[in-house]
Ligand binder design. Sequence first.
Ligand code: GMT
Length: 382
Amino acid sequence: MKIGIVCYPTFGGSGVVATELGKALAKEGHMIHFITYSQPSRLDFLNENLFYHEVDFRSYPLFEYAPYELALASKMVSVVKNEQLDLLHVHYAIPHASAAYMAKQILKTEGIYIPVVTTLHGTDITLVGKDPSYEPVVTFSINQSDGVTSVSEDLKRETYEFFKITRDIEVIPNFIDLEKFKKQKKDHFKKAICPNGEALIVHTSNFRKVKRIKDVVDIFYNIQKEIPAKLLMIGDGPERAKAEKQAHDLGISHDIRFLGKQEAVEEVLSVADLFLMPSEKESFGLAALEAMACEVPVISSNTGGLPELNVQGVTGFMSNVGDIEDMTRNSLFILDKYNLPRFKESALKRAKEFDISNILPLYESYYERILAKSREEMLSHK
Ligand code: GMT
């Protein structure tokens, strides 16, 4: 199959999923064309089936905001034509699904029919998509997609609940390449961070409000009052500076390291004892799955799709959003030396269920179904 993948190329979860999916499909022999505004950060290896097309959107004195969607739609049109793509798969509804709709209509005028699959990732539905300034376009472009997938049952439920959706949504969960995330112990790194055998706690995110970074620091503050511990904060974003100040005000700066964006997150996770994800909303929680793949148990909120990943009392614990006390209590329980080994083992066992080898066939057979359906529709219109 020749597939065009459109996504955000940055460190966000949707871009990671889209890029890893494209890489895995290319390994299976599909021709994958990434159409993005810069090279996806995880597009880090050479494969004869992988191609990258950069969307160049020009600025013009008249534009206060350059019309990115138009440049993206035009690029999709040219890539579909030049590379004779079979299907476009867009990740994150805004603005990718509506740009794909426009590209599809343009191509139709030239007798080219290209099916579009839209994957809903989370905030495109639960936050930004609900905003009245986007909602009508989001609803329309989801309904106009030939196929729609969602990364969890909960996100699917929320999509139907809030938007007037007239089509089926297929749930295909996030996945992990366990081969890549196989525990590669960097003991020297752990020794440098935790010289006295402290517990190592990790949080990774894009430091947006929805991640409740303040809760991460508060939970850690409570933990380190009880046991020696260190916290690594990986990633960057709007809430980072506030968290650094909070750590300073609480007098625990020396126990928290803000590492910024990291490419090899698995190397840090491989030496961690506990992962914190107290998010306000989380459609799936890919970062938690990455932690589990490195044998790290998870303390999370019980919001969104997290209960579909984190198994209560087995791979970690879930608490109500903002329940710092409960999250602290559960963290201390997991970190107890008699409990930690079984939580670690269960976390890895659960992560294996989401291995790419289990999830990739779901996407491939979904593409086949959508292609077959769209061929039928095309023939009936001729
Ligand atoms: O929140 C992020 O980390 C980024 C965001 C995105 O769309 O780039 O992530 C969403 O998609 C991920 C991949 O499907 C999910 O694992 C995350 O749970 C989801 N984030 C939220 O729902 C807040």
